[in-house]
Ligand binder design. Structure first.
Ligand code: ZN
Length: 503
């Protein structure tokens, strides 16, 4: 086959796989939102069929032949062209799926499915001992997976590559150690300050229907397109891009506290803006897909924290919030409100952690999973290692396994190498925000006017539109002019929290 025709066939096949994947995403969304409980077993059959069809197409040897046809041809001569990027990423994906024996893939699916159910039970009972054999099984299988993928290279990198293509564990280790060295004293200084917000200052009556309206109003104002997306309620907030014109976000509401749902919405809106900003002309090919989990998370954290927890954002929105939630907010001033939504306290649970302590939760998981996969730490010693690190980094001691090493589902689900993308997201977010701020000449001024269009247009141009044209680290380097760096995040934290806590 002529190489142009081979490329066309690869595009056709890529789009077909994307359609199958989008059907799975839609069924997955439905499972979390509206599926009646009685339908869950049948839904499992539907999902398994789609996963099987997808796997069959992804591993079809014809894909390998087509790739061989176009690799080295004129089509990919310019490495920055859409064609070259697509071929590079198709090759990466094809090698990953075909290096894994079918028996291992099936064993992993089976084991992680049971391990997640066992995790639920073990967490309920707060008993790591119950979960231990399953965690050992998962890490055993993931080690085998990594060995197949890495072909003698670093096993952790092979797993990390699934979520953050091109990233290396050794680089992250150095970067994260620098980050930790700056964060630990900052957390200690905040904990030792006698200034700062009180725990309960915003608690009150926030009717859920009004929270929904306010959340949607803000989401639309920052640029989320409700003609091409929707917001629903789930136990665990998430965002899923079904396809062009269909991006769905979810949140959960607490009628006594508006901040959980509100910042949850803003976080998922950040993910949603990225999905809505991908180039629809490239849909179904890598050029039309998000580049990495780290960059995805950078978009959510940028809108949630850098924008949504800024004083200037609330200069515009607090008067509106006071009209919507009169009883709890009418007497709260801007400075007190701003301090309250930025309260810092070392706590046990990652998903509830504030912006300053959050990354320490991630670093702990990153260090432990690296040690586990490399064999330096045995699964049975996890609770002890977990406790030691929480003491050292956050100055607190988990009273039990449920609030310690059993709190996250990731490892049970086989997601090893996933945690560091959260911190990468926070670091990228700070770098991107700084550069956008410099390029656009002061974002805060526009926020006080309720104007977010400039920032969104900047992100569209620098990040969203390129899909997977460049690897994540290169994309951010092109956008910001610098490599991955922990200092912009530290600078912004020191500046904001220095004022709030008088340190
Ligand atoms: Zn996120």
């Amino acid at each position: 086959m002529e190489s142009r025709a081979a490329y066309g066939e690869l595009v056709r096949r890529s789009r077909e796989r994307a359609l199958l994947a989008s059907c799975s995403s839609l069924l997955g969304w439905d499972e979390q939102t509206y599926l009646p409980r009685g339908g869950s077993s049948f839904r499992g059959d539907q999902m398994a069929l789609l996963a099987g069809l997808h796997h069959e197409r992804a591993t079809d040897p014809v894909v390998g032949e087509l790739l061989a046809e176009v690799e080295g041809s004129d089509i990919v001569a310019d490495p920055d062209s859409p064609e070259a990027a697509n071929v590079r990423e198709w090759r990466r994906g094809f090698d990953r799926v075909t290096r894994l024996p079918r028996s291992l893939v099936e064993e992993l699916a089976r084991t992680t499915s049971i391990a997640q159910q066992e995790w639920v039970e073990a967490r309920k009972a707060s008993d790591f001992g119950k979960f231990r054999p399953w965690l050992e099984a998962v890490f055993g299988l993931k080690r085998q997976e990594a060995a197949c993928l890495s072909r003698g290279g670093d096993v952790y990198d092979a797993l990390l590559d699934e979520y953050e293509p091109g990233a290396r564990g050794a680089d992250l280790k150095t970067l994260f150690e620098d980050l930790r060295a700056d964060l630990v004293p900052l957390v200690a200084a905040i904990a030792g300050s006698d200034q700062g917000p009180k725990a309960s200052s915003l608690v009150g009556d926030y009717p859920v229907d009004r929270q929904q309206v306010f959340g949607e109003m803000v989401a639309a104002a920052v640029g989320f397109d409700f003609e091409k997306g929707r917001l629903d309620t789930t136990a665990h907030p998430f965002c899923t891009g079904i396809g062009p014109g269909d991006t769905r976000i979810t949140t959960r509401f607490d009628p006594r506290d508006f901040s959980g749902a509100f910042f949850g919405v803003l976080h998922e809106v950040g993910h949603g803006l990225y999905e809505q900003g991908l180039d629809p002309a490239h849909h179904g090919t890598p050029m039309g897909e998000a580049v990495s989990l780290g960059v995805h998370e950078s978009q959510s954290r940028l809108w949630e924290n850098a924008v949504g927890r800024s004083r200037s954002f609330w200069e515009h929105w607090l008067p509106v919030a006071r009209r919507v939630f009169r009883e709890p907010l009418h007497a709260v001033g801007l400075d007190d409100f701003h301090a309250a939504i930025n309260r810092v306290e070392p706590t046990l649970i990652r998903v509830e952690a504030d912006e300053v302590t959050y990354n320490l939760h991630i670093l702990i998981r990153f260090e432990l999973e690296q040690a586990l996969i490399g064999g330096a730490l045995a699964v049975e010693d996890v609770p002890e290692a977990w406790t030691a690190k929480y003491r050292e980094y956050l100055g607190i001691t988990p009273p039990d396994d449920a609030r310690g090493c059993l709190q996250d589902i990731h490892w049970a689900a086989g997601l090893i190498g996933y945690f560091p993308t959260y911190t990468l997201g926070n670091l990228y977010a700070a770098q991107l925000y700084d550069k956008a701020d410099a390029d656009l000449g002061g974002l805060e001024r526009s926020f006080t006017r309720g104007d977010f269009a400039g920032l969104l247009a900047w992100l569209r141009e620098k990040i969203h539109r390129d899909g997977q044209r460049y690897r994540a680290a290169d994309l951010v380097r092109r956008a910001t002019g610098t490599g991955l760096d922990h200092r912009p995040l530290i600078r912004s934290l020191r500046c904001k929290y220095g004022r709030i806590y008088g340190i």
